[in-house]
Write a protein that binds this ligand. Structure first.
Ligand code: 5GP
Ligand code: ZN
Length: 114
């Protein structure tokens, strides 16, 4: 997707503070962090919203929480706890239309959010 911000990060057309990469997944620090740890974990493949996940994407999308947990463990926040969030469309608070999992940690979160 030519105009997609996160596709541009995947293609290194715009810079990001990348913290994890494999063949299918990229993770980078959020530019406007809402917690001491705030990482965005994305599939390299463009999928616009949660509503656009195809049956054949399930294994790929399943890697997002897997990588989130690995990164939380690396940062020493796995046991104290953290939050993962995926926002969908306008009312869900989605602003970048390439699916991403927020990994946030290092502080206490309240529930329900917002
Ligand atoms: P959403 O609101 O779609 O769930 O989350 C989008 C996230 O992307 C926001 O937390 C926002 O701070 C982050 N973001 C927006 N533009 C950029 C960017 O250019 N670089 C990085 N690293 N994060 C971005
Ligand atoms: Zn994209």
């Amino acid at each position: 997707m030519q105009d997609c911000l996160f596709c541009k990060i995947v293609k290194r057309e715009i810079p990001a503070d990348i913290v994890y990469e494999d063949e299918e997944v990229l993770a980078f620090n959020d530019i406007n962090p809402q917690a001491p740890t705030h990482i965005l974990i994305i599939p390299k493949q463009h999928i616009a919203t949660l509503n656009d996940i195809e049956e054949s994407d399930q294994v790929l999308v399943g890697r997002l929480p897997y990588v989130a947990a690995r990164l939380a463990d690396e940062r020493g926040i796995a046991d104290e706890g953290y939050r993962v969030v995926m926002n969908c469309n306008d009312q869900g608070g989605q602003t970048v239309y390439h699916i991403h999992m927020h990994l946030m940690g290092g502080r206490r979160f309240t529930w329900p959010a917002g």
